[in-house]
Design a protein. Structure first.
Length: 120
């Protein structure tokens, strides 16, 4: 049996620690949920296409993907999208309509986690 050690990506480890620290400081359950989602093995981590973001989000909302955002589809609503990683084409498509950010930036700009939807 192989011992599970968690993510080997250094930036991901730092992000998880930061999310857990943020949860302990403010008690916002969103940060704990994102940390537990990012701790999962990479094959279980989420990949979300742009058309799903467009389908399941509301205008002016912030969408968080604890994984990778891919390029398929079009975005017609003004939404902010935060994720662990983006494909280059997805970044371009989203920034034409909304805002692209990483999860650390989301923690700084919205520490209470208001109007945030987790997708994937």
């Amino acid at each position: 049996m192989v011992k599970r050690t968690g993510p080997t990506n250094f930036q991901l480890k730092l992000l998880i620690e930061e999310l857990e620290k943020k949860f302990l400081e403010g008690g916002v359950k969103l940060w704990r949920r994102l940390a537990s989602d990012l701790k999962k093995p990479s094959r279980q981590r989420r990949t979300v296409n742009i058309y799903k973001i467009n389908k399941w989000s509301r205008e002016g909302e912030t969408v968080v993907v604890p994984g990778k955002v891919l390029n398929l589809g079009e975005l017609s609503k003004k939404v902010d999208v935060a994720a662990f990683s983006f494909s280059d084409a997805a970044k371009e498509k989203i920034s034409k309509v909304g805002k692209v950010m990483d999860i650390q930036e989301l923690m700084e700009t919205n520490p209470e986690g208001k109007k945030v939807r987790i997708l994937g």
